[in-house]
Design a protein around this ligand. Structure first.
Ligand code: ADP
Ligand code: MG
Length: 590
């Protein structure tokens, strides 16, 4: 080995530049982000030859004081980060203080800036990392950075650049990402003096339409969700407009564009069954996550990000998108108010349905154990426990999935609920719908509420075989978290208490069912024991096929389903309803 020397700064910068500056688009990204960080309300991007000849960004932001111009080009020089602690509370896009130094190391840069409290503007020229000059000049408030001759001193890099059109496309991708997030900034973009984008300050929806074209105006379905840990909002593109090419796929976390194969999968799952084969979903989703729960420091170009609690974000995203798609699927093509022509034909059915409540099973006796399965639980729901198991506390849901005042619904064949809209009928599987309702209600109770225990007057004794013991042990702690109280007494299990919300307090045979079910349940279907428990309980408590429902129960079921987060899939990923279009019926009548 030869002698060890410390690399001169310009060489070190050139090496670092390899990470930060890969192509003109990297320059576009860094300069646009600096302009946004400087609180500009107007940003102009000018490109020549796909950015290879020139990338220039002019903003009306805060500017750089003349005494700091040279410092801005030093590596690790930043105004955005003061100490290590700040790393966890970043609200700016930059923080590494590397971009200007890296860009200047491999190009010619002219930066002109003026701050509000200085009377004149100053221009600094950098070439291959060296300062050429600083001089007074004329410029209005803000900063202009022009980068030309990119990679002039690294021919190998320059040779790697693609055609003008490919480089231009990458530059425009970067512009889109920044512009999508900052609808409160007016962006203009020029290529070889021709204007490509003019994006005035607008709403997020309008910004998407301005960027991607007027036809997007009615292709976007809003998505919104808020939990105690984070919120998300944005749009997905209606499934019928999904594209064969990857199309528009944008995730932003805390105002940064990010890539995430994992979150992408959540969207794919949410679109399951709705996309034509080979098509990709389109989305613009922005997350706002507690900054301390994110590590942005993972990669210099910062499109990868490490999240704590990734699974939570995944499942909330999937549920929110499914919810929006379900809502859109039901509401958008049907306008219940607009087409009164269908109403009369159902008048009869509907008024008939208003007769007094009929008991589902007059012989039902909740204390008679052998009646419990398979039908009795459902009867219990309709007759006695309906209020108890309904999703209470979800009345905060603002929009309703159904408009129950204007549409007609009735039970058909003791299996389905038919809902009539203006142009189509929804045919809902009552068992699956009720599973969904109960599953969400149980899961909510289990995960969000403090669960009380109902002490049993008479302890129940359950025999478990060796295999059942194994299953029991794997879910034991979770069962006690749910509110079960038990004691192992040599080879038998003594049940002393059951959860307060448990639909049937009198019998613990449910408990045994539960263990049987846990044993059979495909573990791949469940994400956690709470999830599994909610699924088992929902499966067993839901009103089965073949049970006649009162009109009130039908309305209740529809109302509850409408409040569900994923109203169109059962907890076991089966479709809850199908639709029959008016046009399909007309075709059949031909
Ligand atoms: P970083 O953005 O990570 O801080 P940069 O190398 O991109 O690092 O920029 C260095 C510093 O130069 C920034 O911290 C900021 O103070 C200043 N700066 C760069 N661009 C602008 C701009 N357009 N307007 C105002 N200040 C800027
Ligand atoms: Mg920066």
């Amino acid at each position: 080995m030869g002698e060890i020397i410390k690399l001169p700064e310009n060489v070190a910068n050139q090496i670092a530049a390899g990470e930060v500056v890969q192509r003109p688009a990297s320059v576009v990204k860094e300069l646009l982000e600096n302009a946004v960080d400087a609180q500009a309300t107007r940003i102009e991007l000018r490109l020549r030859s796909g950015g290879i000849a020139l990338v220039s960004v002019i903003d009306n932001g805060l500017g750089i004081n003349s005494s700091q111009l040279a410092l801005a080009f030093e590596r690790h020089a930043t105004s955005k980060l003061r100490n290590a602690e700040d790393l966890f509370h970043l609200s700016t896009k930059g923080f590494r203080g590397e971009a200007l130094a890296s860009i200047a190391a491999v190009s010619d840069v002219v930066l002109i800036s003026k701050v509000a409290d200085q009377s004149s503007a100053y221009a600094i020229r950098m070439r291959a990392g060296h300062q050429e000059s600083i001089e007074e000049t004329a410029f209005s408030q803000g900063t202009s950075v022009s980068v030309s001759h990119l990679f002039f001193n690294i021919p190998a890099r320059k040779n790697f650049l693609k055609s003008v059109s490919v480089e231009l496309k990458h530059c425009l991708d970067e512009l889109q990402r920044v512009a999508l997030l900052h609808e409160d900034v007016h962006f203009q973009c020029f290529h070889n003096d021709a204007i490509i984008y003019d994006l005035p300050i607008s709403s997020r929806h309008q910004r998407i339409v301005h960027i991607f074209g007027a036809k997007y105006a009615d292709r976007l379905v809003p998505v919104k969700e808020k939990t105690d840990r984070f919120s998300l909002s944005g749009y997905v593109i209606k499934p019928e407009f999904s594209k064969k090419s990857r199309g528009e796929q944008f995730f932003f976390i805390n105002k940064r564009f990010i890539r995430s194969a994992y979150l992408h999968k959540a969207i794919i799952e949410a679109f399951e069954g709705l996309l034509h084969s080979g098509c990709h979903p389109g989305y613009f989703i922005e997350f706002d996550i507690n900054k301390a729960a994110i590590d942005v420091n993972i990669h210099p170009t910062k499109t990868e990000i490490k999240l704590e609690d990734e699974y939570h974000v995944f499942s909330v995203l999937r549920a929110a998108v499914r919810h929006s798609l379900g809502r859109y699927q039901i509401n958008a093509p049907i306008d219940f108010a607009l087409n009164p022509t269908l109403t009369p034909s159902y008048q009869q059915v509907f008024s008939e349905a208003k007769t007094p409540k009929i008991k589902v099973s007059s012989t039902f006796n909740p204390f008679k154990q052998n009646e419990l399965y398979p039908e009795a639980f459902s009867e219990l729901y309709v007759e006695t426990d309906a209020q108890q198991i309904r999703i209470d506390g979800q009345s905060d849901v603002k929009e309703e999935l159904w408009n129950l005042d204007t549409m007609k619904s009735f039970q058909w064949a003791n299996k389905f609920i038919v809902v009539s809209g203006a142009e189509k009928l929804l045919i809902i599987d009552q068992y699956r719908a009720h599973q969904r309702i109960l599953y969400e209600a149980f899961l909510k109770k289990m995960t969000l509420e403090h669960l009380g225990t109902q002490q049993l007057l008479f302890h129940e004794i359950i025999d478990l075989d060796a295999k059942e013991w194994v299953v029991f042990e794997t879910i034991e702690t979770h069962l006690s978290d749910l509110g079960f109280e038990f004691e192992r007494n040599s080879e038998v299990l003594v049940i002393k208490g059951v959860p307060e919300f448990f639909p049937h307090k009198e019998s613990t045979s449910v408990f045994k069912r539960f263990i049987e079910e846990a044993q059979m349940m495909n573990s791949a279907l469940s994400y956690s024991t709470a999830d599994m428990a909610a699924k088992v309980l929902a499966k067993h408590s839901a009103v089965k096929k073949g049970v006649s429902l009162t009109p009130e129960a039908v309305t209740e079921l529809l109302t509850d389903l409408g409040r569900c987060k994923e109203p169109y899939l059962s907890p076991f990923n089966k479709r809850i309803f199908v639709t029959v279009q008016e046009t399909e019926i007309i075709q059949k009548l031909h």
